[in-house]
Design a protein around this ligand. Structure first.
Ligand code: ADP
Ligand code: MG
Length: 335
């Protein structure tokens, strides 16, 4: 079965396990999702839910982890590829930006040199061509005086401008897929909004497929077309963004939505959080990983509760909006 042409990245039954001193950790468990050309998939979940491990797997950046399942880019299987093949892909067809741009930028080279070098490695372009491309890219991501700023070092840029530099570098080789892992988490709210706007604009202009990883549903609301909610390394819910906000099926998603600040909140209103802590990945519960924290399970009958505690829910339900819950929201979810 070949993927329809609009699906660029197709992940099926992806599991990623690490061997640790305390035992095996299954950070990602049987995860499946698609990323479409020209669309943004938001992956949202609390810290530790497996978002970064998933994105690293898509880039082939795990060494020593056991990876099973399938990751197809444009129909080509990536799981099991050799490092040399991955490195040809990374930065070229798939690019990534992180929360902390400084960790990906070398302090001793100017940003222009670094973007140009990245271009030269992948396109074997002449020095002058790569250099021009670097300045063009800096201009495209909204850095004023790009010619001059190309000659500056990373520490001379503010946090927001540095993230723009990273985006310029990521897009210099015209990738088809951009993975952004919490790219705005370290930025203040105004700058965060500007960077999200920039990513959304570039995504649309270039017809990019984007994976936006975040712990913040507010970020998802701004840029995502589709949303994957992750909990404990598994998919909790998958939906178009409007459907997710209008009729969340999974109690965990409802909890995340309830914890979003609202416009009518008083300034001193307490921050709402989902009570309890994330599940253990070392000794996963046999049933639903969210059951111990689940408001729906808490109000359920004894037999229902037993089911949540012992039987792992599969991601099922309406084709466009499945959820991994034995008792998904009854109203609003059209089948
Ligand atoms: P997040 O959703 O916050 O990005 P991560 O994907 O970084 O979460 O991590 C998911 C889980 O996998 C965490 O419990 C983390 O401790 C664990 N993990 C990540 N990398 C490793 C590793 N190299 N070895 C062992 N455990 C890891
Ligand atoms: Mg992370």
């Amino acid at each position: 079965m070949t993927a329809p042409p609009h699906i660029l990245l197709s992940v099926r039954d992806l599991s990623v396990s690490f061997t640790t001193k305390r035992g095996p950790v299954r950070a990602v468990d049987s995860l499946s999702f698609d990323v479409h050309r020209g669309r943004t998939l938001g992956i949202v979940g609390e810290s530790g839910s497996g978002k970064s491990v998933t994105s690293m797997a898509v880039l082939g950046l795990h060494t020593g982890a056991e990876i099973t399942g399938s990751i197809r880019l444009d129909g080509q299987e990536l799981v099991g590829r050799r490092e040399r093949e991955w490195s040809r892909l990374r930065g070229r067809r798939v690019a990534m930006i992180f929360q902390d741009p400084l960790s990906s930028l070398h302090p001793y080279y100017t940003v222009g040199e670094q973007i140009a070098e990245h271009h030269r490695v992948h396109f074997r372009s002449r020095r002058s061509v790569a250099r021009r491309r670097a300045v063009e890219m800096l201009a495209e991501v909204g850095i004023p005086e790009p010619e001059r700023r190309a000659g500056e070092y990373p520490h001379q840029f503010s946090g927001g401008m540095r993230q723009r530099v990273m985006i310029a570098m990521a897009l210099a080789c015209e990738p088809e897929l951009l993975i952004a892992d919490e790219p705005t988490t370290a930025l203040d709210v105004t700058v965060q909004a500007q960077i999200l706007e920039l990513i959304a604009r570039l995504q649309e202009e270039r017809g990019l497929a984007v994976v936006m990883i975040t712990h913040d549903l507010g970020v998802v609301a701004r840029v995502a077309h589709d949303v994957l909610v992750m909990y404990g390394g598994r998919a909790a819910e998958l939906a178009p963004v409007d459907a997710l906000f209008a009729s969340p099926a999974h109690p965990y998603t409802r909890g995340l939505l309830d914890s979003l600040p609202r416009l009518d909140d008083a300034d001193d209103a307490p921050l709402r959080v989902i009570p309890g802590s994330p599940p253990s990945l070392l000794a996963p519960a046999p049933g639903c990983a969210f059951a111990p924290r689940c408001a729906r399970a808490a109000g359920a009958s004894p037999s229902e509760r037993l089911r949540c505690a012992t039987e792992r829910p599969l991601l099922t339900g309406p084709a466009g909006h499945p959820a991994a819950c034995h008792f998904p929201a009854d109203e609003g979810v059209t089948s």
